[in-house]
Design a binder for this molecule. Structure first.
Ligand code: HEC
Length: 120
């Protein structure tokens, strides 16, 4: 009797438990599709980056917080990229780069041809 009362209280108004479970499964499905879509989009964008030494380092260091779209959207000089990296570190909490990683990334970024994702 007590168990039944608790069970009743746990019910969402206007929705049977079965409907609730179905709804949650539906939400889970939506979420998975969205996550897969995002992963696909992220790797598609990475494929748009020209293959040059340094790409791997850039992808490793610069795509943990955002994908490559803000990077592809900019056409900057080496000094401006240098300042952008400093800004990422000071303002966005980007971890410090090891050894020559910064030079490798700067070499790569300053050779990027396009102004936006479509021109690559
Ligand atoms: C710790 C997280 C983090 C890492 C790592 C990171 N960024 Fe960012 N980045 C951000 C955030 C947050 C923004 C958005 C800031 C805003 O618009 O206020 C941003 C924005 C940008 C922008 C757009 C700036 C603008 O003027 O709109 C560029 C370009 C960029 N990042 C390049 C890089 C590069 C290159 C690297 C690797 C060297 C990098 N980011 C690594 C957090 C990060």
């Amino acid at each position: 009797m007590l168990a039944r009362a608790t069970y009743k209280r746990g019910k969402v108004k206007g929705m049977s438990n079965r409907q609730l479970v179905q709804f949650l499964i539906f939400l889970g499905g939506l979420f998975s599709v969205f996550t897969l879509w995002q992963m696909q989009r992220k790797s598609d964008l990475i494929k748009k980056l020209p293959d040059h030494p340094g790409k791997e380092t850039l992808v490793k260091r610069c795509t943990s917080c955002h994908d490559v779209s803000p990077i592809l959207a900019k056409k900057l000089t080496r000094e401006q990229w240098d300042k952008t990296i400093l800004w990422m570190q000071k303002m966005q909490g980007m971890p410090p780069l090891d050894g020559d990683e910064k030079q490798v990334i700067l070499d790569y970024l300053s050779r990027l041809p396009g102004k936006d994702a479509n021109s690559l």
